[in-house]
Design a protein around this ligand. Structure first.
Ligand SMILES: [Zn+2]
Length: 162
């Protein structure tokens, strides 16, 4: 997909190949289906895997440990977590983890950072795509990559009316 912003032209071909238009369309579809909850999933070298966000179940069974609902958070199911950890070195590796931010804008939150890092380093060597979705419009999606000890915005893709 043609990015509307890219951090450095040298990244363009790699990023636009990883995030194809067809693939982004599937991710946007899933974000709409999940709204007003967050969706989550994986962008593979070929295709996507839409994952199950179990945040609501965790929140309902233990609201003290899990104060957030799926409206403002995501947790992969154990099957999806297992797939992710086993898939990284496979022939069709995960390139990015995606999730949506309903009505709050696509920024890499402190919670996102906490979930992506262990001891200050990324748990998985993948980018993160965050979809900025509102009730009747996907505003855009933003791709973040761990560079120089922090997650930085490297690309923005156009959204669409719903
Ligand atoms: Zn988030």
């Amino acid at each position: 997909m043609k990015a509307i912003y890219i951090q450095g032209q040298s990244l363009r071909s790699e990023i636009e190949k990883n995030i194809s238009e067809e693939l982004l369309e599937k991710v946007y579809y899933f974000a709409r289906q999940s709204y007003p909850d967050e969706c989550c999933g994986l962008i593979l070298e070929k295709g996507i895997r839409s994952c199950k966000n179990i945040q609501n179940q965790l929140h309902q069974s233990d609201p003290v440990t899990y104060p957030r609902s799926a409206r403002e958070g995501f947790v992969f199911s154990s099957e999806d977590s297992l797939f992710l950890s086993r898939n990284i070195a496979s022939v069709n590796p995960v390139k990015a983890i995606y999730h949506s931010h309903p009505d709050v804008g696509a920024y890499f939150s402190n919670e996102d950072k906490k979930n992506a890092l262990f001891d200050g380093k990324p748990i998985y060597p993948v980018d993160h795509l965050i979809i900025d979705i509102q009730r009747d419009e996907i505003i855009c999606s933003k791709l973040f990559r761990f560079i120089a000890e922090d997650y930085q915005l490297i690309a923005v893709f156009p959204g669409r009316k719903i």
